[in-house]
Design a protein around this ligand. Structure first.
Ligand SMILES: CC(C)(COP(=O)(O)OP(=O)(O)OC[C@H]1O[C@@H](n2cnc3c(N)ncnc32)[C@H](O)[C@@H]1OP(=O)(O)O)[C@@H](O)C(=O)NCCC(=O)NCCS
Length: 211
């Protein structure tokens, strides 16, 4: 099954600062609009992945996994997980269902995200940005893009990161996620730290409406 015909090929665009990151230096993406700012030289395109992106996505996964997780679990476990979890076959069904996203910069896939949805809960299964492109707003743009595309069809976004991946924890906390619980998914690995962010509108007492 191919992607639905009504789907727009480009979800949004994210301005990329080439040399340094600046806190809040990048706009949230606005689908279909490009707003250039002084000093910005390139624009990363946030869009649904296609079959043609598979090799680029695998390269992002392998490079980013090795850089992120080797210090936490060692290279042997990383390579074993890459061989099982980052395969073309594993990506294809997600791509066909429109659950995989990429950021492209100058024609190269530099980041990817994947999600699944069930019972109005969107699970962000993967969010990986090439280390060479960290801190440029691309991860935020992908996260916002996935949330925006889900729109009113989900109430909450949940995700997990590996305990010890403090940069990821800080990234999600700064974007409104709150830790809900921890669990051990794989024996011998650190805990998965689960976080959630409600998409329901806030009511005056600071809680979220029930829908
Ligand atoms: C975590 C990650 C997805 C964030 O994407 P990003 O494009 O680097 O992040 P953005 O540029 O949108 O936002 C910058 C924020 O990311 C955080 N961050 C995490 N790692 C960073 C890094 N290596 N360099 C700069 N910022 C980093 C900072 O907290 C920063 O917060 P601030 O803007 O409040 O100062 C990305 O760094 C990444 O892929 N990391 C390795 C893989 C990983 O841990 N993925 C998440 C698995 S659950």
């Amino acid at each position: 099954m191919g992607p639905p015909r009504h789907r727009r090929p480009v979800l949004g665009l994210c301005a990329v600062r080439p040399h340094h990151r600046r806190r809040h230096g990048l706009r949230r993406q606005h689908p279909g609009r490009v707003r250039r700012r002084p000093g910005l030289t390139r624009v990363a395109v946030i869009r649904h992945a296609t079959v043609a992106d598979v090799e680029g996505i695998l390269a992002v996964g392998r490079t980013t996994w090795r850089a992120t997780y080797t210090p936490l679990v060692g290279s042997e476990r990383v390579e074993s997980f890459l061989a099982r979890w980052w395969t073309a076959a594993g990506l294809l069904s997600g791509i066909e269902q429109g659950r995989v996203w990429v950021a492209g910069d100058a024609g190269q896939v530099v980041a990817m995200a994947a999600h699944s949805t069930r019972d109005r809960v969107l699970t962000l299964d993967r969010l990986y940005v090439l280390p060479s492109h960290h801190g440029r707003g691309i991860g935020t743009a992908l996260l916002d893009g996935v949330a925006a595309a889900a729109g009113a069809t989900v109430d909450v976004i949940v995700l997990s990161y590996l305990d010890g991946n403090d940069a990821a924890g800080e990234f999600y906390t700064a974007r409104g996620f709150v830790e809900t619980h921890r669990e051990r998914d794989t024996p011998g690995w650190p805990d998965d730290v689960w976080m959630a962010r409600s998409l329901l509108p806030r009511v005056p007492d600071g809680t979220h409406s029930a829908g």
